[in-house]
Design a protein around this ligand. Structure first.
Ligand SMILES: [Zn+2]
Length: 478
C-alpha cells in the first residue's frame, strides 16, 4: 500500500485523465463526491472494493492506483511539500500548513520544496557539530568507565561466532573471518575504488562486504574491518539517529571485532598465565593474537579489570602530545576541557605517552614510573608512525599493580603536577621575561578528529560517493 497522499493523487490523476468530475465518478461507483474528495486529498483510506470499482470505471488496474510512484512531476512536488510540512522540524516553527492548490505555480512549489530540503540538511548537520560530538564522546567514555570497559553481551556473541567456525585460540585467520561472513550470508570483496570517505562498505542487498585490497598479507586491519561490518548485522544496528548513536554503534562494532580477534576465554587464559609469571606485556598479547599494539592494549582494557582485578588507563597520543583517545578507571587525572572532553587535549609532557617519543630505539616498549598528584603510576608505551604522523600507545596501572608487569624494574621516573599549569604548560618566570613580546609564531591548524565532516546517512561518509560506488559494483557476479 503506498501512502494515502500518493494514492489519492493517483486517483485524481486518472480521473482527470478520463475527463470525469468528482460528481460523475461518485455517481458511477456509488459513493458521495465528498468521500471521493477526502480520498483524493489523502485523508481517507478507501476500501479495496471501492478501489476496484474506481479502477474499473477509470479503465485502469488496481495496481495502477496502488503504484508507489507519484503520477506526475507536479504530484511529486506536492507530495514532497506535504511530507516536509508534516515533519517535526517544520511543526516546531509553528507556521501554518500551506496546501499546494492547483493555482500554485510549479516554480513556487519547487522553491518551497528546495527550501525545506535545505532546512532538513542544516538540521542534520547541526547534530554533528564539534561541540555535540565532543559531548557525545565524553558521555560514551564515562559510560564505558562505569562498566570497567567490559560488555558481557558482545563478549558472548563474539565467542559464539568464532566458536561456530571452529576457532579456539591464537590468531584468527582470514579464512575463519570469511567463514564467519558466510554464516551471515555475506561475501568479502576487495575493492580498490572504495569511496574516499569510507573505509568499508556493506551492500545489504547483494550481501557483500567491500574492504580495501589486501596489500599487506596477514594485515590485521582488514580482518577487523570485515568483522566490524558483520557486527553491524549481528548487533542489529540501524541507521544512526544522531551522533551519539553513531558513536555507540561504532564502538560496539569495534568491541565485537576485538572480541572476535582476541576471544574472551583464550585471551583471559593467556593473560592469567602472564600474570602468574609476573610478566604481563602488551607486546606479547599483541603477538600471540596477531593484532596491532593499539588493538591489544584496548582489548587488555576490556578484560583486565573484570578478569584480573587490575584497574588501568589507556592513552593514544599524537606526536604533538594531543590525546586522540583515552580510557581510565584507575584515577589518572586526564586533561579535560570545560565540557569534560579529553580528546584533543594536550598531555603532560612528563607522562610516558610523550616521553617515549624522545627515544631513538622504538622497537620495544618504553617503561616509566610517573608520580602525579593522585599517586604513582607504572606505564608502558609503544610508539609508531602512520603516513600522517607519529603516535604512542600507553597502557598504565597504579604503582601497586606494576608487580605483574614486565618492565617494572625500570629506572625511568618522572614527576608530573598537571593539571597545575606550572607543571609543563606555563613558562618559567625567567624565560617569560626573556622572550615575552620578542617572538611570534603561527599555529599549525590542528587537523582534528572532529573537523567538519561530509554529511550523509553516516557521519563522515559522503552519500553520493557511497552510492556511486555501490552502483558501479552492483552488477558484478558474486
Ligand atoms: Zn605536566
Amino acid at each position: 500500500m503506498p501512502d494515502l497522499s500518493t494514492l489519492g493523487r493517483r486517483v485524481r490523476h486518472f480521473r482527470t485523465q478520463a475527463g470525469l468530475t468528482l460528481d460523475r465518478l461518485g455517481r458511477d461507483v456509488d459513493v458521495a463526491p465528498s468521500q471521493l474528495s477526502l480520498i483524493e486529498n489523502g485523508r481517507r483510506e478507501p476500501r479495496i472494493t471501492l478501489l476496484t470499482a474506481i479502477a474499473t470505471r477509470l479503465g485502469v488496474t488496481v495496481g495502477d492506483l496502488l503504484d508507489e510512484a507519484p503520477p506526475s512531476p507536479r504530484a511529486a512536488l506536492e507530495i514532497a511539500l506535504e511530507r516536509a510540512q508534516g515533519g517535526s522540524a517544520y511543526r516546531e516553527l509553528g507556521l501554518p500548513e500551506l496546501r499546494p492548490t492547483r493555482s500554485m505555480p510549479d516554480d513556487v512549489l519547487r522553491t518551497l520544496v528546495g527550501l525545506h530540503r535545505e532546512l532538513d540538511r542544516r538540521a542534520r548537520q547541526a547534530i554533528a557539530t564539534p561541540e555535540e560530538a565532543r559531548r557525545a564522546n565524553t558521555r560514551q567514555r564515562l559510560r564505558m568507565e562505569a562498566v570497567d570497559n567490559h560488555v558481557p553481551e558482545i563478549e558472548a556473541l563474539a565467542s559464539e561466532d568464532v566458536a561456530a567456525v571452529g576457532h579456539a585460540g591464537g590468531a584468527l585467520t582470514h579464512r575463519s573471518v570469511s567463514l564467519m561472513a558466510e554464516r551471515l550470508g555475506l561475501s568479502i570483496v576487495h575493492a580498490d575504488d572504495l569511496p574516499h570517505s569510507a573505509r568499508c562498505v556493506l551492500d545489504l542487498e547483494s550481501g557483500r562486504i567491500y574492504i580495501p585490497p589486501a596489500s599487506i598479507p596477514g594485515g590485521h586491519g582488514l580482518r577487523s574491518l570485515a568483522l566490524q561490518a558483520m557486527a553491524h548485522i549481528r548487533l542489529g544496528h540501524g541507521e544512526p539517529q544522531d551522533y551519539a548513536d553513531f558513536l555507540r554503534q561504532r564502538q560496539d562494532a569495534s568491541y565485537y571485532a576485538a572480541a572476535c580477534l582476541m576471544p574472551e576465554t583464550a585471551a583471559v587464559a593467556f593473560l592469567e598465565s602472564a600474570k602468574r609469571a609476573r610478566d604481563i606485556a602488551i607486546e606479547d598479547f599483541r603477538d600471540a593474537f596477531g593484532v596491532t599494539h593499539e588493538a591489544a592494549a584496548l582489548r587488555f582494557s576490556n578484560l583486565a579489570t573484570v578478569h584480573l582485578g587490575i584497574r588501568l588507563h589507556f592513552l593514544r597520543a599524537g606526536g604533538d602530545g594531543a590525546l586522540v583517545r583515552a580510557y581510565e578507571n584507575d584515577g589518572l587525572p586526564l586533561p579535560v576541557d570545560v565540557t569534560g572532553a579529553a580528546e584533543g587535549q594536550i598531555l603532560c609532557r612528563y607522562w610516558s605517552a610523550r616521553r617515549a617519543f624522545a627515544r631513538t630505539t622504538r622497537t620495544t616498549e618504553y617503561f616509566q614510573y610517573t608520580d602525579t598528584p593522585v599517586g604513582t603510576f607504572f606505564e608502558a608505551t609503544q610508539t609508531g608512525t602512520t603516513e600522517a604522523e607519529e603516535f604512542s600507545i600507553t597502557l598504565g596501572v597504579p604503582f601497586e599493580e606494576s608487580r605483574w608487569f614486565r618492565g617494572r624494574e625500570t629506572q625511568n621516573r618522572a614527576a608530573s603536577r598537571c593539571p597545575d599549569l606550572s607543571c609543563c604548560r606555563r613558562p618559567d618566570a625567567e624565560s617569560a621575561e626573556r622572550w615575552g613580546g620578542r617572538a611570534w609564531a603561527s599555529a599549525r591548524v590542528h587537523a582534528h578528529i572532529f573537523s567538519p565532516l561530509p554529511q550523509g546517512t553516516y557521519p563522515g561518509v559522503d552519500d553520493r560517493e557511497l552510492y556511486e560506488f555501490l552502483e558501479s559494483h552492483a552488477g558484478e557476479p558474486r
